[in-house]
Ligand binder design. Sequence first.
Ligand code: ADP
Ligand code: MG
Length: 281
Amino acid sequence: MKNNSNATWSRNAAGPHTASARRPVLALRKVSKAFRSVKALNQIDFDIYPREVVAVVGDNAAGKSVLAKTIAGLYQPDSGQIYWDGLPETIPNPSAAQDMGVASVFQELALCDNLTIMQNMFLGRELARRNVLSEEKMELRARQVLADLGARLPSVHTLVSTLSAGQRQITAIARALLGSPRLLIMDEPTSSLSVAQTAEVLNLIERLRDLGYGVMFISHTLADVQAVADRVVIMRHGRINGEGQMRDTSYEDIIAAITGAPNDLTRAIQRRGALVAPTAA
Ligand SMILES: Nc1ncnc2c1ncn2[C@@H]1O[C@H](COP(=O)(O)OP(=O)(O)O)[C@@H](O)[C@H]1O
Ligand SMILES: [Mg+2]
């Protein structure tokens, strides 16, 4: 990659990955996106490595969903560069993101209640042969994806209307995985779930990491983040206001970076030159 800021970033994003020659599957450099006067993304540098869960946290309107949607091809950056496997890429639309290897689960893209788990998984991409849906193939593939996930769901022929919120979320994740992506984006996947359902989705996120996926996990709930994330990235007012390996980052560090109080985490980001002082924001 050619951007000068990369060397600085890699050093700061210290961890198991930077010690080796591993390369992020996805990297954003100085990506900005404004809606009229609102700078939803302001010079964002962001990496996700394979086999890594990156939590993105931040207060309401910090820019988390816009970041996710930009990576998923729903929004176009005004400036900056996105790299996939180290090569510059543009992601003009969601299907380009899918083709590249990005799968996403957004809250608002709900499942169809009147269809089964399998029908929802294949909705819009049915495996057709001579215009006849290959039911057997779809069932095999659906079962295989769910088994890979270790997902505990009833039969793939169960109507989605009968599922719990947690089971629906798992169905949505399984659906996202059908296209064999390398990166999975989840925007607040646990926000409407019970404790037990949340635990199941968090287990599934760990399983995805162990299968080698890069996972971007957006959440409001710091306990969930601390439970599954390898790395945490904190957004504030459209900027990255803190970033660290989860095991080196305290709850207080994260809160300070979310609210804008200066602390070690935010000072490290400022030293990198990517951020004005939070008090000046
Ligand atoms: N489609 C849009 N049009 C105008 N403004 C938007 C749009 N999407 C997001 N924004 C604004 O961008 C900012 C970041 O929003 P968002 O990424 O949704 O925040 P969050 O961190 O809560 O997910 C907010 O100020 C929001 O109002
Ligand atoms: Mg959001």
